[in-house]
Design a protein around this ligand. Structure first.
Ligand code: C2E
Ligand code: MG
Ligand code: MG
Ligand code: MG
Length: 275
C-alpha cells in the first residue's frame, strides 16, 4: 500500500484497479459519449416465414463502432450500459431510431410488417418505459401493433414491477415477445398471466437440433407450448436448411437466423426486400 504511494503521498494506483478494471473504466468512459459521437447505429435482422421466405419483421440489433476499439459486440457493452445506467439513454435512442427507420423504409416503398426491439431490465426499473414507448409511437406515427418489444424471462421474473409495465405496454397495443425462451427460469404460471404474443426459442436449442436429443425435445416442447397457449413461436439462430426443415416438420413456421440473413443495414434490407 505504502509503496504504491507517489512522492506527494497521493496514490494513483488503486489496488482494485487491475488491468481489467482499467479496461472497463475506459470502455465506460467511451460508451457514455458514444451516442453524441454518432458511434451507435442499428442493424436489422430479418424474421421470415420459413416455407414462403416472406418477411414478417426485423429485429433491431444495436452496434457500437468506436474509432479506436472498432466494432464492440453488444455482449460486451450492453451489460456495461446496464451496470452504469447508460442503458436508459441507449434504449431510448434505439427505440426512437428503430421506429423512425420503419417510416424511412415506408417512404422508400417498403412496408416492413413489424419492428422488434430488445428491452433490458434496467429500462423497466426506471418505470419511464411506458411513457417512452407511447411518446415514440406518437412521434413517429407507427401503429403500436407494428412494434414488438422483446424481454427475456429473467427480466420478467427478476424485475419487481415488470408485470405491471408489461400489462401497461400491452394496454397501449404493442406486441410483446419473450426472448431467449427456455434459458431463464421461466415460470409457466407467469407465462399464463402474461399478455405476450410470441415466444422466441433460444438459439442454443436450435444449434444442435438434429444431433442432440435433448435440444430436440426442448425445441419441440416449446413449439407445443406455444401452440397450446395460442402464441406464435419463432426460432432464433437458424443457420441450416436442416434446422429449418426440422422446425417446419414440428410446426414452427417462423425463423430468424443467418440462413435468412445476418443483421443488415437499412439499405441492405431495402435492396433485398423491396419489390
Ligand atoms: P438477442 O436479442 O437474442 O439477439 C439475437 C442475437 O443472435 C444477435 O446477436 C444476432 O446477431 C445473433 N444471431 C442471429 N442469428 C444468428 C445465427 O444464425 N447464428 C448465430 N450464431 N447468431 C445469430 P447480437 O446482435 O450480437 O446481440 C446479442 C444480444 O445483445 C441480443 O441477443 C440482445 O440480448 C442484446 N442486444 C442487442 N441489441 C440490443 C438493444 O438494442 N437493446 C438491448 N437491451 N439489448 C440488445
Ligand atoms: Mg432479441
Ligand atoms: Mg434472443
Ligand atoms: Mg440470445
Amino acid at each position: 500500500q505504502a509503496k504504491a504511494r507517489g512522492r506527494n503521498g497521493y496514490s494513483f494506483y488503486m489496488p482494485s484497479m487491475t488491468g481489467e478494471g482499467v479496461e472497463r473504466l475506459r470502455l465506460e468512459t467511451y460508451l457514455r459519449r458514444s451516442i453524441e459521437k454518432n458511434e451507435i447505429f442499428l442493424t436489422y435482422q430479418p424474421q421470415v416465414e420459413i416455407d414462403t421466405g416472406r418477411l414478417i419483421g426485423v429485429e433491431a440489433l444495436v452496434r457500437w463502432n468506436h474509432p479506436e476499439l472498432g466494432l464492440v459486440p453488444p455482449v460486451r457493452f450492453i451489460p456495461l450500459a446496464e451496470d452504469t445506467g447508460f442503458i436508459n439513454q441507449l434504449g431510448e435512442w434505439v427505440l426512437q431510431e428503430a421506429c423512425r427507420q420503419m417510416n424511412r423504409w415506408q417512404a422508400a416503398g417498403l412496408l416492413v410488417p413489424k419492428m422488434a426491439v430488445n428491452l433490458s431490465a434496467r429500462q423497466f426499473e426506471r418505470g419511464g418505459i411506458v411513457a417512452l414507448v407511447a411518446d415514440t409511437l406518437a412521434d413517429t406515427g407507427l401503429a403500436p401493433q407494428r412494434l414488438q418489444l422483446e424481454v427475456t424471462e429473467s427480466v420478467i421474473m427478476n424485475t419487481g414491477d415488470a408485470m405491471v409495465f408489461i400489462n401497461d405496454l400491452h394496454a397501449i397495443g404493442v406486441a410483446l415477445a419473450i426472448d431467449d425462451f427456455g434459458t431463464g427460469y421461466s415460470s409457466l404460471a407467469y407465462l399464463k398471466q402474461l399478455p405476450v404474443q410470441t415466444l422466441k426459442i433460444d438459439r442454443s436449442f436450435i444449434k444442435d437440433i438434429s444431433t442432440d436429443a435433448n435440444d430436440e425435445a426442448i425445441a419441440i416442447a416449446i413449439i407445443q407450448l406455444g401452440k397450446s397457449m395460442n402464441l406464435s413461436v419463432i426460432a432464433e439462430g437458424v443457420e441450416t436448411e436442416e434446422q429449418a426443415a426440422f422446425l417446419l416438420r414440428h410446426g414452427c413456421r417462423l425463423a430468424q437466423g443467418y440462413l435468412y440473413g445476418k443483421p443488415l443495414s437499412p439499405q441492405e434490407v431495402l435492396e433485398r426486400w423491396h419489390v
